[in-house]
Structure formats: structure tokens, C-alpha cells
Design a protein around this ligand. Structure first.
Ligand code: X8Z
Ligand code: ZN
Length: 607
């Protein structure tokens, strides 16, 4: 009997299905995976590029079809990879299998109909955002339509020197854009159901948990990590909020800006109240200092989109990086093409995963886009340094790293650097000048932090089912108040609206915690590059422009891509293995001390 069992077991072991997988099998599996994925990725991103630069029903359907193929492949590959669980594998194979599981932000169920539906909804939602226009009938009976760019221009004119937008104009522009996302709601609900189903097939409890699994630590620890970082920086945000609210209350009156409540979302110079640089003239600490208005100088010096991008490229090459390939200049989209809908939201691409670098923007000549150009080139330079690796390693160490590279360099756009370009006339002279500069930086960097933290809190809560569709908007505004101290413009927003959909990354399904991490990491990277450059003195005085030592340290980290867990990459550049907010706090130390003085006697915080 005993012998018979052995014989049966031996026979079973010979049938391919029952043969236990070996470490060698795993190695061959990831090798084939790399080849397959490369093909599928290239097809998908080619179709995505075409769709994003020319939105029509046809390009949308075409992109959805390629996306569907990729989704189907990933679903099957993930299930196959389960065979290798528990095996002792070499580090590279192990890493690839991990990256395979977390590689998709939108996992699809194995059911073919559901997958088709999900792919088509995803394409549709991003298309709706790209095409979004607010239309009304003008006095002459004709339809007048405005797109996001036009409506954002109004928001940005809150403190315009020549013709500032009035309270009512701001509210109207804000409300108009927030009308355009209403029709996304039923589609988004369905996206949540279907992608959650996919995430469960990928071994997570829901899609939010799958997203949180992408940081080389258990997902629950990652959530704690984001809270730890937020707690580190919240006091500085609170100081800024308090000062800004008092200024706005003075300007608009206590009936419009309550002294103890959230700041109305349309009074911060940005459609989403995420970055507040446009209100700088309203909150400028000291008048009569040298002007920090770059837009005027950019226009006067006849900067066009190409010249702006060249300026960005020069920053990277000054640190020893290679120039962008010739094809970058031929294939990129710098301006909005006339007569067709495109996704204007800025992005960077390596369409064929082989140094086929591009950016897609609708560039305006102003400071905001000067920063965005550097941001996007940061992505391109990451691509440039890792494109020879297997495709699964062609990613940031984590997604926050990717978002932080270009921004880290913009921290070196100091007044001295700007003066060398004649973009400002004079250097800020004393403590007062410094506070002005820091205020402007803080409106950009510090104001963003709670926004960056809250967007995915909303999605995490939606994906777990804690928040039902009937409360989508209610929860959105509860979080905006909790984290940002920002309140809906013009009073409560009911569930007939879908305000999350008015922010690109929700319909486009791009995870957002990366931007929160990036705001913190970029200062950590900056501090490390400054150390490599031998900088002495306060962090905010450092510029690594032209510094090859800083450049080569950065390059070494970029070249690792996602081949190692992110703490290894962080260590390569900074010597630290933890994300750490002390660099951003250190950078803004002068401003924070100043804000504390200004806020004395004020009642800060909000209900
Ligand atoms: O989406 C972006 C980039 C493209 S990766 C332009 N950013 C976030 C946003 O616009 O909301 C950069 C800052 C935050
Ligand atoms: Zn980015």
C-alpha cells in the first residue's frame, strides 16, 4: 500500500500541472514576462499618447482596447505567479514578482465583459475631463463655452495688478468648472465596483489596499507612515493657514471669510485650492521689496514654450546629465493644438520604453509652467537613466520618488539663479526680502501638503466601502475641511455634484499619495544634493545648479529605477532609509518663526 502511494505520487509529479515549481521556473517566468510586458506596454502607451493628444470616440476606443489586452495579461500573469509563492528566489526575480502584483493602478476582473466595461469607463472618464467645458447662453443667444484653461485663468487673476477677478467672478468660474464633473458620477461608481473586484483577484481586500501595498512595507504601515509625515508638517501648515485666512478676511470681509471656519475654496487662486502662489500679492509680508513677479520678465524676454523647456533642460545638463534626444523636440506636445480636444494636464512619457522621451503640456508663459516644465523633465530624466532595465524596473523607487525629482531641482531656482537669468532685477536684500521669498515658496509647497494627503484618503475610504456613493461629495468636503481647512465655495454642495471628478487624477485614476510624499522627499533630496555640493549655510540659500557632484549622486539613484526597495535608493542619495520631513521644516524655519509672530493673538485652526 505504502509503495503504491509512492508510485502514484511519482506519476502525479510527472504530469506538468502538478509538478512543483522551482526557482528556475520563476526565473524563466519573469524573463518571458519582461518580453511580453514590453510589447503590451508599448502598444498601450502608443495608443494612450494618440488618445491624449487627440480625443475622439475612435482614439478612446482604440486606447481602451489595448488597455484591455494589458489588463487581461496582468490578471493571468498574477495568477500564474502564485505558483512561486514560498520558494526561495534570487532577489531580482522576487522583486519582479512583487512589482508585477502592484504594477497596475486599475486591475481588472478576469470576467471578459467586466474587463471590457472597465477599460471603456476608464478611457471615457479621462476623456470627459479632457473635453470638459462650461457652456452658457450669452446675451446674443449664442453658446459661449470655456475650458479648464480659461476658467483657471480667471481663478489665477484673484490678485491681478491690472484687472483682478472679483469675488463673484471667482465663484462663477469655480462653480462652472465643478458643473462639468457631474456626469462622471455613475461611471466612477462603476469603476470603483469593477476595479475593486480586480484588486481582490490580485490578492488585496480592495483597490486602496493594493495601492498602499506599493511601498515595500505592509499596507497598514504605509498608512501610518503618511500620518507620521503629515503630523510632522501640519503645524507649519496651520501657521500658514492662520495668516492667510486673516489676510483674506480683511480683504473680503467677515461675512465672506469667517474668522474661525474654513477658507472658501475659490479664494486661493487655484481651481482646487491646492497651490496658492497666485494670492501672493494679497498676503505679501513686506511691500516695496524687489519684485518676485517672474511672469512679467518671462514675457518681456520673449520666452516661448520651446525656450522655457530649453531652460529646464539646461538645469539638468548643467549637473552632468545628457541632453534630451532629438526626438523629444519633434514628438512632444508643448502647446494646445488648435481645433481638437487634448488632455492638457501635464505629463511626461517614454512611449516606447527606450528613451523615446516626450512631454505633453499646454504651456502658458508664466511661473507656474516654468515649475511644471522642470517637474515634467524630472520624470524624463528618470526615464533617461533607467530605460535599459527590464520594463518592470523602469519605474521610480516608489511613485513619490518619480514626482520629486524635477521639483527637487526647482528648489535650486534661488533668487541668485533667477537674477543670473535676468528674471528678477535685484536680489532680496535683508530679512524682509527673505521672508517674502519664503512666503511665495510656502504658498506653493506648504499649502499643497494637506491637499496631497487628503485626495487618496477619500479614495481609500471609497474603495473600502466605508463611504457609499450617496455620500461621495459629503465625504470629499469633510476631508477638505479636516485636512486643508477649506470650505466649499458658495455654501454646501449636495450629492447632485461630483466635486472629486473636477480634479484630474480622480477621473484619470492616478493615485495621488505620490505627490504628498514628493513634497517631503524633494526637500530631503535637495538637502542631500546640497551636502554633496559642499554647500555651507542655511538650506534655503543652496543651489545645485551646475554642480556635477550633486548630479552624479542623483544620477546614481535614478539609474536604480525600481530594481531595489525604495529605502536602498533613498540611502544611495541621502544616506537615510526613512522618509523624513525635517528637511522641509528646516528649509522654512525663517518663515515659520515669522508666522508665529504674526499670528500672535489670532485664533488659529478651524471648526
Ligand atoms: O499632476 C501633476 C503633474 C503631472 S505628474 C503636473 N502634479 C499634481 C497636480 O497637478 O495635481 C504636480 C503637482 C501635483
Ligand atoms: Zn509628475
Amino acid at each position: 500500500m505504502h509503495n503504491l502511494l509512492i508510485v502514484v505520487a511519482a506519476l502525479l509529479a510527472q504530469t506538468p500541472a502538478a509538478k512543483p515549481a522551482t526557482a528556475e521556473d520563476a526565473k524563466s517566468f519573469v524573463k518571458k514576462l519582461d518580453g511580453d510586458l514590453r510589447k503590451l506596454y508599448v502598444r498601450q502607451s502608443t495608443a494612450e499618447w494618440i488618445k491624449s493628444t487627440y480625443i475622439t470616440d475612435d482614439t478612446e476606443r482604440n486606447a481602451a482596447a489595448f488597455n484591455e489586452d494589458l489588463m487581461a495579461y496582468l490578471n493571468t500573469a498574477n495568477k500564474e505567479a502564485a505558483r512561486f509563492k514560498g520558494l526561495k528566489l534570487d532577489a531580482e526575480t522576487e522583486r519582479m514578482l512583487y512589482l508585477l502584483r502592484i504594477s497596475s493602478a486599475l486591475p481588472a476582473p478576469s470576467n471578459a465583459e467586466k474587463r471590457t466595461e472597465l477599460a471603456s469607463i476608464a478611457a471615457r472618464l479621462e476623456g470627459l475631463y479632457g473635453k470638459g467645458k462650461a457652456c452658457k447662453t450669452g446675451k446674443d443667444g449664442k453658446q459661449v463655452c470655456r475650458d479648464l484653461q480659461e476658467l483657471s485663468d480667471v481663478m489665477g487673476k484673484i490678485a491681478d495688478k491690472k484687472k483682478p477677478a472679483s469675488y463673484d467672478e471667482l465663484l462663477e468660474a469655480w462653480s462652472s468648472w465643478h458643473e462639468t464633473s457631474k456626469e462622471m458620477r455613475p461611471l466612477y461608481e462603476r469603476l470603483v465596483t469593477l476595479s475593486n473586484e480586480g484588486a481582490r483577484e490580485f490578492g488585496s481586500e480592495d483597490l486602496g489596499q493594493l495601492w498602499r501595498s506599493a511601498y515595500d512595507m505592509p499596507p497598514a504601515d504605509f498608512e501610518k507612515e503618511t500620518d507620521r509625515l503629515w503630523t510632522q508638517v501640519k503645524p507649519l501648515y496651520d501657521d500658514l493657514h492662520c495668516y492667510v485666512r486673516a489676510k483674506l478676511a480683511k480683504k473680503y470681509g467677515a461675512d465672506k471669510v469667517s474668522a474661525t471656519g474654513g477658507i472658501p475654496a475659490h479664494l486661493l487662486g487655484n481651481m482646487w485650492a491646492q497651490e496658492w502662489a497666485n494670492i501672493y500679492p494679497l498676503v505679501e509680508p513686506y511691500q516695496g521689496q524687489s519684485s518676485l513677479d517672474l511672469k512679467k520678465q518671462l514675457v518681456a524676454q520673449k520666452y516661448d514654450p520651446q525656450k522655457l523647456v530649453k531652460l529646464g533642460e539646461r538645469f539638468f545638463t548643467s549637473m552632468g546629465m545628457d541632453p534630451l534626444p532629438a526626438t523629444f523636440w519633434e514628438r512632444s506636445q508643448f502647446v494646445k493644438p488648435p481645433g481638437r480636444d487634448v488632455v492638457c494636464h501635464a505629463s511626461a512619457w517614454d512611449v516606447t520604453f527606450s528613451n523615446d522621451l516626450r512631454i505633453k503640456m499646454c504651456i502658458k508663459i508664466d511661473e507656474e509652467d516654468l515649475i511644471t516644465v522642470h517637474h515634467e523633465l524630472g520624470h524624463n530624466y528618470y526615464f533617461q537613466n533607467y530605460y535599459t532595465k527590464p520594463v518592470l524596473f523602469q519605474q521610480g523607487a516608489n511613485d513619490g520618488f518619480h514626482e520629486a525629482i524635477g521639483d527637487a531641482l526647482t528648489l535650486s531656482i534661488t533668487p541668485e539663479y533667477l537674477k543670473s537669468l535676468k528674471l528678477i532685477d535685484a536680489l532680496p536684500k535683508d530679512e524682509k526680502g527673505l521672508i517674502n521669498v519664503q512666503m511665495k515658496d510656502a504658498l506653493e509647497k506648504i499649502a499643497f501638503l494637506p491637499f496631497g494627503r487628503m485626495i487618496d484618503q477619500w479614495r481609500w475610504d471609497v474603495f473600502t466601502g466605508k463611504v457609499k456613493p450617496a455620500d461621495y461629495n459629503k465625504h470629499w468636503w469633510a476631508l477638505r475641511l479636516k485636512y486643508q481647512g477649506v470650505a466649499p465655495a458658495g455654501g454646501a454642495r449636495g450629492e447632485d455634484f461630483f466635486d472629486p471628478g473636477a480634479k484630474y487624477h480622480i477621473p484619470a485614476n492616478v493615485p495621488y499619495m505620490r505627490y504628498f510624499l514628493a513634497r517631503i522627499l524633494q526637500f530631503q533630496f535637495h538637502r542631500a544634493m546640497c551636502q554633496a555640493a559642499g554647500h555651507k549655510g542655511p538650506l534655503h540659500t543652496c543651489s545645485v545648479y551646475g554642480n556635477k557632484e550633486a548630479g552624479s549622486k542623483l544620477k546614481a539613484m535614478l539609474a536604480m529605477g525600481a530594481s531595489k526597495p525604495w529605502p536602498d535608493a533613498l540611502e544611495a542619495l541621502t544616506g537615510q532609509r526613512q522618509m523624513d520631513a525635517t528637511a522641509i521644516l528646516d528649509y522654512f524655519q525663517p518663515l515659520q518663526a515669522w508666522l508665529k509672530e504674526q499670528n500672535k493673538g489670532q485664533q488659529c485652526g478651524w471648526q
